[in-house]
Every structure is written in C-alpha cells, then in structure tokens.
Design a protein around this ligand. Structure first.
Ligand code: PLP
Length: 391
C-alpha cells in the first residue's frame, strides 16, 4: 500500500484491529468445517460462534439468544424494517437523516419520513404527530427506525428520548436503531434497553467486512429476510462466516474496553484538526458545533466555502489523504447529501462538505499532515477560482 496514506475515513470503514485478524486466521486455514455439521470438527466451529455470541451479547447488554449474525449492517437494517413490515403489516417510520440502508427501505414500503432539526436529530414533536396521525387514520405503525449516531455529521441521538415518544404514541410499534456508527463512541448497554432491534456492522469497529449483527430483543421480532438452511435459529439462513464472527467479537470487546480512553484521545485530535482548519482558512464552518450538540469524538465534518467537495477530494487523494464528502452525482449535477439537506444546510454551503473521520489507528501526525494537506488543497482551489485563500 502507498505509505503516504493519511486515513481520515473511519466512518466509511476502519482498519481491522490486529487482534481481530489474529483471532480470525485459525478459522480460515484450520477450523474450516461448516459449523452446521454434526461431526466434532463442525462442533469446534460452532463452539467458536457460541463464544463470540456470548461476548457480543455482553458488550451490547443483551442475552446471547437475542444476537443474530448477518452479512453486513445493510442486511441488518433491511431485515429489521422489511421483516417488521412483513410480520406486522404495519407502516414503517424513520428520520430523514438515516443511512440509505434504512431510508430507502422505508421509502420502498411507502413509509413515513420524519424531519430532523439543524443538528440532524429527529424532531420528536413531528414524530409524535406522525404516530398520532397514523393511529387516528386507522393504520398500525409496525416499526420506527432512528439512528444512534449519524454517519455523516456524527450527531449522537438520545435514543431514550425517542423511545419515550414511540412507547407513548405507538405502544405496539417496534423501535429499531441503526447503531452501526455507535460502538466506538457510545456504550451500547445504554442504548439496548430502550429499543427492540439494534443493527451493527463489524467493519465500523475494527472487525472484518461482511459481518453484521441484528439484535432482536425478547426473541424473534421480525420475519427473516434470508430463508434457507435455518441457521441462526431460523432468523438468518446461510453458512456462518465463522472467522469473521470470531474477529467481530474480538474487535467489539476491544472497542468496548478502550472506549472511554479513545473518546478522550480522539476528541483532542478531532478538535485539533477542526481548529487547524477553521484557524487557518477563511469561510470554513464546523457543521455541528461541538459545544452545541453531542457528537462522535471521531467526527470532524466541515463545510468549506468557495470549493466543491469533489475537486477538494481529488486534490486530497493526490496528497494521500483519504476523506469523503457524501455528496452524490445525480443526473449529471452534484447533489448535496440528503442529511445536510434535511438539516436545512444551504445547498451552496453543502456542496463544500468535507467529512474527516478519526478512529483507533489515527495519530497526531495523521491529523497534522491531513490538516496541512487540506489547507494547501483549499488554497490552491480558491486561487484558481479567485476566492480569498488562507487566513
Ligand atoms: N448504517 C450506517 C449508519 C452506516 O454508516 C453504514 C455504512 O456506512 C451502514 C448502515 C451500512 O453498513 P454496511 O457497510 O455493513 O452494509
């Protein structure tokens, strides 16, 4: 790999923790049996899954029987929503700032999308009104889905407050949280008691790609999405990814153990990064001001005036900096992210969005080199377009 890489894209994917890689290896090369088999070799693989399930359950604060291993976060989200709609025949509801793995599924079921405020938090009054309106018009609400931590801007949502509204206004509805971005920043034990379903994805916390987790509290709550051999007690068929599951549990355990220290360390680095940009460049704003709203310690989202994210990302890539913007090219024109649009960020401002996300492997040197490269790239772009450069 290019040794000039400065990786500031941990919300997209984290590097695997070495301990997780090590834990995974024996299940690729040595214990390769299908864990659904009946021989002793299969039982060894099955035991590894059972132990991983116990460990994952402990970190989330649920019973092992409530943990279902899936293929990714997207699958967990799809299973929760489509499975709830199928089982209950009810309407699905979500916030406008959800990841597309939730938003597009709710839209595909003609569900209801609830507005968010300028910090990307679901509007609780609007949520209550939506739930009341469905009840008054004779519709059952099958599931409400609200994310725990936003993947673009890092907002941490108070899931207990969301739960209070849902339990009051739609007591029969299931409450799901997409907690895919949460494990590094929030103790999952503070979230799980308030919800029925939780989605996680191992590659966001130092585990491998291709392993997701769906927690179904209190036993099966939704219809399965993938049907076949009946694995995961009929809740998710398909031969288990044994090594991936073992590695996911190892990574989740380490994330849990290190969370408090990492939150402190990365808050300092994140603030240093943002302050470095805001202090050296005109017209750069921290999208979610850190003093006004709780957000993930690793999340540094800024909007850079006078530049377009795509051009900035291109120059940063040339300089070895991995970052992202979350804008999408629709019908030939750049469209700002749906999250920023839902927050009411002006379109012109949103087109200069830059998402820099820190994680367990991020160092002070990464932040300083990244900051330097961003200042240089923005200055270069602005000098071409005639906009004022560094301050
Ligand atoms: N939900 C959120 C909040 C995410 O950030 C992501 C990935 O970016 C997903 C769901 C999808 O997870 P996966 O990549 O495991 O499918």
């Amino acid at each position: 790999m290019d040794d000039r890489i400065i990786y500031l894209d941990n919300a997209a994917s984290t590097p695997m923790r070495p301990e997780a890689v090590e834990a995974m290896m024996p299940y690729l090369a040595e214990v390769y049996a299908n864990p659904s088999g009946s021989h002793r070799f299969a039982r060894r693989a099955r035991r590894a899954i059972d132990e991983a399930r116990d460990e994952v359950a402990e970190v989330i604060g649920v019973h092992p029987n409530e943990v279902v291993f899936t293929g990714c976060g997207t699958e967990s989200d799809n299973t929760a929503i489509t499975g709830a709609v199928k089982r209950t025949g009810g309407v699905s509801v979500c916030s406008a700032a959800e990841h597309h793995a939730v938003l597009h599924v709710v839209e595909s079921h003609d569900g209801t999308v609830v507005p968010v405020d300028r910090f990307a938090r679901i509007d609780l009054d609007a949520l209550a009104d939506v739930l009341d309106a469905h009840r008054d018009e004779g519709r059952t609400v099958g599931i409400v889905s609200v994310m725990a931590v936003n993947n673009e801007v890092g907002t941490i949502t108070d899931i207990a407050a969301v739960s209070a509204v849902v339990r009051r206004h739609a007591p029969d509805a299931l409450l799901h949280t997409d907690a895919v971005q949460a494990p590094s920043w929030v103790d999952l034990r503070t979230i799980s008691p308030h919800v029925d379903l939780v989605s996680l994805s191992a590659h966001k916390f130092g585990g491998p790609k291709g392993v997701g987790i769906l927690v179904e509290r209190g036993g099966p709550r939704v219809d399965p999405l993938i049907i076949g051999g009946g694995q995961e007690r009929e809740r998710r068929s398909g031969t288990h990814n044994v090594g991936g599951i073992v590695a996911a549990a190892t990574a989740l355990r380490l994330t849990d153990t290190e969370r408090t220290a990492e939150n402190e360390r990365l808050t300092i680095l994140r603030d240093r990064l943002v302050d470095g940009l805001v202090g050296r460049l005109d017209d750069v704003v921290e999208t979610i001001p850190r003093d006004e709203q709780a957000k993930a310690a690793g999340s540094a989202h800024v909007c850079v005036g006078g530049v377009e994210s795509e051009s900035l990302l291109f120059l940063l890539d040339e300089a070895g900096v991995c970052a992202s913007a979350a804008s999408a090219c629709a019908s030939g024109a750049m469209e700002p992210s749906h999250v920023l649009a839902a927050m009411g960020v002006d379109r012109a401002v949103a087109l200069g969005a830059l998402r820099l996300t820190l994680g367990h492997s991020t160092t002070e040197a990464d932040v300083d080199s990244g900051s330097e490269a961003i200042v240089n790239a923005v200055t270069r772009l602005r000098s071409h377009s005639g906009v004022g450069a560094a301050s």
